[in-house]
Design a protein around this ligand. Structure first.
Ligand SMILES: [Zn+2]
Length: 372
């Protein structure tokens, strides 16, 4: 009996305790629920206002302090962490993003100047020579005519005693040649190569004022000995047509590959006058290919440059020869037709002015002014 009463008492005691506990927990619960549903608890709102103000003032402080780069990195964060009240973790989240951007802009301006100097020294494109293998012609198809004198020389030397009329006619004395070059230099002429003439006729690339081409046929040794030094003296360019089978040292009186190389390196143009100076009219395709490619490859092998022009031997050519030379990569050819009218539709019939051995300076001037 006694044990039963004791257990009943224990039961009711525990019920009472449970009731008291639930009453206390409900009393605690209600104020928190009220703040969540609408009106904010005055204490909470006061804390939040204080927190929202704090980041703003602290952010401006860090910006003002930022000039010293070492200080900005870590200092703002501990201050805001300790200042905020313990209960809510949100303020630290809102504060941290704002100071972070400030270190990066201060670092960047100092970093960029070190990188900028490097790109400036790079632009140094060297122009490709028109006689270089890599050079490509891009004709635009327009028809152009240019009045450009192409002077034709052969020997630049005093002819040996007993020379016949033809040899005397082909020989310009070195003193006269010097006089003529001096005249050109003092009268505004600008020497150009045949490649430069072709680039005007075929692509419209502008020419200098009073352009003139100086050509030398046959590759005589006196060209190297007597013409080359004078051309260098005046800063002139010459165009030398060589008979490639004769440039071997086998025949006396012709320039060698070594001499031609020195001239090419000094800016002179070396072009083809065929392999052996044969008449190229009424020839077979194979024969013309042999003349065109044979002379071209000899010059290319020995001098590392590509001839672009054929000087028709003794001025003799026909349409078929011109077509074969063109297919072999030649840009044009020079004739012995007297004139200065150069035509993009007749690249293999460029006109020239013969400079005769008998011409004194007066005659030279007259020819330059009157041949049209
Ligand atoms: Zn010739």
């Amino acid at each position: 009996m006694k044990g039963k009463i004791e257990t009943e008492l224990a039961f009711w005691w525990s019920v009472f305790l449970a009731a008291v506990l639930t009453a206390i927990s409900v009393a605690i619960w209600f104020p928190a629920a009220g703040s969540a549903s609408g009106q904010e608890h005055p204490l909470n709102s006061a804390v939040r206002v204080a927190e929202t103000r704090q980041p703003a003032t602290q952010a401006t402080k860090t910006v003002a302090l930022s000039p010293s780069p070492e200080a900005t990195a870590t200092t703002p964060l501990p201050h805001t962490a300790t200042a905020t009240p313990t209960p809510t973790p949100t303020p630290t989240a809102t504060v941290t993003p704002t100071p972070k951007p400030s270190p990066t802009p201060t670092d960047r301006p100092t970093a960029t100047p070190t990188f900028t100097p490097t790109p400036s020294p790079t632009p140094t494109p060297t122009p490709i020579s028109p006689q270089s293998k890599a050079f490509r012609l891009h004709p635009d198809g327009k028809h152009r005519v240019a009045k450009v004198p192409i002077l034709m020389y052969h020997y630049i030397s005093v002819p040996p005693k007993g020379s016949n009329r033809i040899r005397r006619d082909l020989s310009v004395w070195p003193s006269r040649f010097e006089e003529q070059m001096h005249f050109l230099a003092t009268h505004g002429y600008h020497t150009i190569t045949l490649e430069e003439l072709a680039l005007y006729l075929l692509e419209g690339k502008p020419l200098p004022p009073k352009p003139i081409v100086l050509t030398f046929d046959d590759g005589y040794l006196d060209n190297y000995q007597n013409a080359f030094p004078v051309l260098k003296k005046y800063g002139f360019k010459g165009v030398f047509f060589v008979i490639t089978d004769f440039v071997t040292g086998r025949y006396r009186g012709y320039m060698t590959w070594d001499e031609l190389k020195k001239m090419a390196d000094a800016g002179m143009a070396i072009e083809s006058h065929s392999r052996n100076h044969a008449d190229l009219r009424r020839r077979s395709y194979d024969y013309l290919v042999w003349q065109a490619l044979g002379s071209k490859e000899a010059i290319e092998n020995h001098l590392g440059i590509e001839p672009r022009f054929i000087c028709w031997p003794s001025g003799k050519y026909d349409r078929f020869a011109a077509r074969v030379f063109e297919s072999a990569g030649f840009w044009g050819g020079t004739t012995e037709i007297q004139g200065i009218t150069q035509d993009s539709a007749h690249m293999f019939e460029l006109q020239r002015i013969r400079v005769r051995g008998s011409y004194d300076l007066k005659a030279f001037e007259w020819v330059l002014e009157n041949v049209r």
